[in-house]
Design a protein around this ligand. Structure first.
Ligand SMILES: Nc1ncnc2c1ncn2[C@@H]1O[C@H](COP(=O)(O)OP(=O)(O)OP(=O)(O)O)[C@@H](O)[C@H]1O
Length: 315
């Protein structure tokens, strides 16, 4: 086996290089890999795109990203753009760690994640691309997990961690209720795969590549990061009855009942619509803060979303 050039892109606000080196030593003794490690730090000014370009220029065979979802997103964005076939591995160090979670990467286990990084098989995953009009002009960003507005990743990560460990998805009921109560529905003109989607008044719109959250709660039950499609969830609950219908849809119809009956297609309800799309155009009648992989981009009224199938190979 020839020596691999492993470029480690790490967020120093999340861990120390010493911890990563020690994890790497343990992983190497388990995997017995022959490799050369080159280290790249992210910074407040470069969340990952710049160092990824440097690592690719240095001839990386494998990029290992050590950080939270924001760092993973930045690295995946640059890698998807470069289209080099260089593989990616994740050492999850954030709160949500949603991509790692959805791909079954060991959490809270630096040596375990590095062991998988060095020896694991890669799978190609899709990446979503967003063209968004912001106050400073149009911007283009990739996402690996999900994007949207309304009830968002903040609600998800702000949900009490102890509660999530104890009661799993039930912990989301309270925080989701709070998030729904705080957001008014608005009119959104939605064009999905070139077709106008009628009459949409929604308070939450999420489009994603994968939907598993902490506590085993799956917001986008049909989402498969390698299927070449994005999964869209529209929530339109207004008042307590709508909120109950939303919870029943997300927790019961597409959670427990689906598990029990082996359902394969996400069920929609009066207040929750599930769709699968390859492209999306959104025109919001009022500005809303749009978010990608847990990061706020700012307020917008116009967004275009496409998918780059199999854009990044992740171990
Ligand atoms: N060298 C650095 N010093 C301080 N902050 C940094 C540095 N490098 C990156 N950051 C900041 O880290 C943030 C990204 O963190 P990251 O995505 O790794 O974790 P996270 O956002 O806490 O993850 P999660 O949302 O899953 O908890 C960005 O705000 C970025 O500016």
């Amino acid at each position: 086996m020839t020596a691999q050039r492993v470029c480690i892109i790490w967020n120093p606000s999340k861990t120390t290089r010493r911890d990563l080196e020690s994890g790497l030593d343990q992983a190497t003794s388990a995997a017995g890999s022959d490799f050369e490690a080159i280290w790249f730090e992210t910074s407040e000014d470069d969340a990952g795109q710049g160092v990824t370009a440097q690592a690719l220029a240095a001839g990386a065979d494998l990029l290992v990203v050590a950080g939270g979802d924001g760092t993973v997103r930045a690295v995946a964005e640059r890698l998807a753009e470069a289209d080099t076939g260089t593989e990616l591995a994740i050492v999850p160090l954030g709160t949500g760690n949603l991509l790692a979670r959805n791909l079954g990467v060991p959490l809270n286990d630096i040596p375990g994640a590095l062991n998988r990084a060095l020896g694991g098989e890669a799978r190609a995953i899709d990446v979503g691309w967003l063209e968004i009009d912001l106050a400073g002009g149009p911007e283009r960003h990739a996402f690996a997990v999900m994007a949207g507005f309304g009830l968002d990743a903040h609600m998800i990560t702000e949900t009490d961690d102890d509660l999530k460990d104890k009661v799993g998805w039930l912990a989301y009921v309270e925080s989701m209720g709070r998030a729904l109560a705080a957001s008014d529905p608005l009119e959104v003109r939605i064009t999905a795969d070139g077709q106008a989607h009628d009459g949409d008044s929604v308070h939450t719109l999420l489009v994603g590549n994968c939907g598993m959250l902490q506590g085993g709660f799956n917001l986008l039950p049909d989402a498969d990061p390698s299927d070449g499609e994005l999964d869209l969830l529209l929530l339109s609950a207004d008042g307590a009855v709508g909120w109950l219908d939303t919870m029943r849809n997300l927790v019961w119809d597409n959670g427990i009942k689906r598990l029990a009956t082996g359902g394969k297609v996400a069920e929609s309800s009066d207040s929750a619509t599930h769709l699968r799309v390859r492209s999306l155009r959104l025109e919001l009648m009022e500005p809303r803060v749009f978010e990608i992989d847990g990061e706020d981009l700012g307020e917008t009224t116009r967004v275009g979303i496409t998918i780059q199938p199999g854009a990044v190979r992740v171990r």
